[in-house]
Design a protein around this ligand. Structure first.
Ligand code: PLP
Length: 446
C-alpha cells in the first residue's frame, strides 16, 4: 500500500493546521490518509488506495457516499437558488414537521449547525426552564466540544475541566455518574436534586464503544428527573434516525425524554444540529422566550434540504431493514470469529452501529451468549464481563486496539474509527459482500 501523497499532504498540513487536522480524532498514527473521494461504501485516498468505510463521516452518512438521485437533485436545485438567506425558508418547516411526526417526544425544533451547538443550547434551555444550574452527565458520554460537558470527576462529586481553557467554575456545575449505575444517579438526586436542571445522556454510549443500556436504566433516568423536577435530555446526535429507525433510540427503548438533541443524519452529510421537545419548553427560546439562542447559519437551507431528502428516502425505502440486517450479520459474524480467536473480546452495537471491544476477560463457556452483539441480557453468560460504562471500556486493551489492530485492518483495506472508543457505522451502501470481506479481514487481524 503506497501512501506517499498522503504523507506529503500531512507534511504540508502540519505547517498550517494544528496537528495537521481539523478535529483531533482524525490524527491517526503515524499519519492519516487524506481522502480524495467517497464511492458508495468506500473511500479512496490520495494515493488511490480504496477502503471499505465504517467511519462514514463519524455517523452522518446513513446512505453512504453516493447520494440517491432525489437527494442530489434537491441539493443542486437548492444551491442554484442561492446558498442561504437570513430569512426563513419552507424547508425549515418541512424538516421540523418530519421530525415532529416521527419522534414522539418532539413537538417543535430549533435548528443549529452542529451537535455541539445543539447540546450547548439544550443545556442552556434546561437551565433557563428550571432556574437551576447543575447538570448530570455520564462518564464516557460525549456531547461535543462544549464547556459544560468537557469535564471529568469522581461519581457524584464536583467535576473538573477535562480540557485546558475551561474555567473550574464552569465544570463545577456538572456532576458525572457512571452509565448503567442506577444507585449512583439516585444518590446524586437524593443529595442535590433541587439544584439539578437536567440529566444529559446518550441512550447508547456511542462515543464509548456503543455500550447499551441495561434493562431499566433509561427508565430510572426518566423517573428520578420527573421526581425532582429536572429535565431528561437525550443526546441523539449519533443515534437519532440511525438507531430505532425513524422513531430514534428513544422509540426503540421506549423512554421519552423532555428534550432531544439531533445532528449528523438529519443534515444528510452537511453541517447541522437541532434541539427538539414540547412547545411549552422550546418556546422559551428567543424570540418567544428569554433563553437567548441564535445563529447566522441556523436552519441552513442546503443542510436541511439534504437531511430532509435523505430522511424521505429512508422512509420510502428499506433503508433501516437493510441496515439492521447487515448489522446483525456483521455482529454475529464477529461473535463467531471471536469465539474461535479471542473469546474474551466482546461485540457491542445495535442496528447499524458496531464495535469489538478488546475486553480482557470472558466466560469460559459462551453457550447461549447474545448472538448479534451484547444486549445487556442478565441471562447471558457474558453479562458480568460485558462493558457497562466507560471504566469497563477503558480497562480493555485500548493500546492493542489502536496501535496494532487498527493499522492491520487498514492494511487490508478496511477503514475503522480511530480508536477503541468510537463506534463504527454501516450505511445503506454496504453490501453483504462488504461485510463478508470485512469479517475475513477481522479474522486475519485478530
Ligand atoms: N453528541 C454526540 C452524542 C456526539 O456523538 C457528537 C459528535 O460525535 C456530538 C454531540 C458533537 O457533535 P458535533 O461534532 O457535530 O459538534
Amino acid at each position: 500500500m503506497h501512501d506517499e501523497r498522503s504523507r506529503e499532504l500531512y507534511d504540508r498540513a502540519l505547517s498550517v493546521l494544528p496537528g495537521g487536522v481539523n478535529s483531533p480524532v482524525r490524527a491517526t498514527r503515524p499519519y492519516p490518509f487524506f481522502v480524495e473521494r467517497g464511492d458508495g461504501a468506500h473511500v479512496v485516498d490520495a494515493d488511490g488506495n480504496k477502503y471499505v468505510d465504517y467511519v462514514m463521516g463519524y455517523g452522518p452518512l446513513l446512505l453512504g457516499h453516493d447520494l440517491p438521485q432525489q437527494v442530489e437533485s434537491a441539493v443542486q436545485s437548492r444551491l442554484a437558488d442561492g446558498p442561504m438567506y437570513g430569512a426563513p425558508a419552507e424547508v425549515e418547516v418541512e424538516l421540523a414537521e418530519f421530525i415532529a411526526r416521527h419522534v414522539q417526544s418532539v413537538e417543535m425544533v430549533r435548528f443549529v449547525n452542529s451537535g455541539t451547538e445543539a447540546t450547548t443550547s439544550a443545556v442552556r434551555l434546561a437551565r433557563g426552564h428550571t432556574g437551576r444550574d447543575k447538570i448530570v452527565v455520564m462518564q464516557g458520554g460525549y456531547h461535543g466540544a462544549q464547556e459544560s460537558t468537557l469535564v471529568q470527576g469522581e461519581t457524584g462529586a464536583v467535576a473538573s475541566p477535562s480540557s485546558n481553557g475551561i474555567p473550574d467554575a464552569f465544570a463545577a456545575e456538572t456532576i458525572t455518574v457512571p452509565f448503567n449505575d442506577e444507585e449512583a444517579v439516585r444518590n446524586v438526586f437524593e443529595e442535590r436534586g433541587d439544584e439539578i436542571a437536567a440529566v444529559l445522556a446518550e441512550p447508547i454510549l456511542g462515543n464509548c464503544a456503543s455500550v447499551g443500556p441495561v434493562e431499566g436504566y433509561l427508565e430510572t433516568l426518566r423517573e428520578v428527573t420527573d421526581d425532582h423536577g429536572a429535565l431528561l435530555i437525550f443526546d441523539e446526535v449519533m443515534t437519532g434516525f440511525r438507531i430505532g429507525g425513524l422513531q430514534c433510540a428513544q422509540g426503540k427503548f421506549g423512554v421519552a425524554p423532555d428534550l432531544t438533541t439531533f445532528a449528523k443524519v438529519i443534515g444528510g452529510g452537511f453541517p447541522v444540529g437541532a434541539v427538539g421537545g414540547p412547545a411549552e419548553i422550546l418556546e422559551q427560546f428567543a424570540p418567544t422566550g428569554d433563553v437567548f439562542q441564535a445563529g447566522t447559519y441556523s436552519g441552513h437551507p442546503l443542510s436541511l434540504t439534504a437531511g430532509l431528502e435523505m430522511l424521505r428516502f429512508a422512509a420510502e425505502n428499506d433503508v433501516y431493514d437493510h441496515l439492521s440486517d447487515l448489522g446483525d450479520k456483521m455482529r454475529s459474524g464477529l461473535t463467531d470469529i471471536l469465539e474461535d480467536r479471542a473469546p474474551e473480546y466482546t461485540v457491542l452495537g445495535h442496528d447499524s452501529m458496531f464495535k469489538v471491544v478488546f475486553t480482557r476477560e470472558g466466560p469460559r463457556d459462551t453457550e447461549g451468549q447474545c448472538e448479534a452483539g451484547c444486549r445487556q441480557n442478565p441471562d447471558c453468560p457474558r453479562f458480568g464481563y460485558c462493558p457497562k460504562n466507560r471504566a469497563d471500556v477503558a480497562a480493555a486493551e485500548t493500546e492493542r486496539w489502536e496501535r496494532l489492530f487498527w493499522p492491520a485492518m487498514r492494511e487490508q483495506g478496511v477503514f475503522l474509527t480511530a480508536n477503541q472508543f468510537e463506534s463504527q457505522f454501516l450505511s445503506y451502501a454496504h453490501t453483504e459482500e462488504d461485510v463478508e470481506e470485512t469479517l475475513e479481514a477481522y479474522k486475519e487481524a485478530l
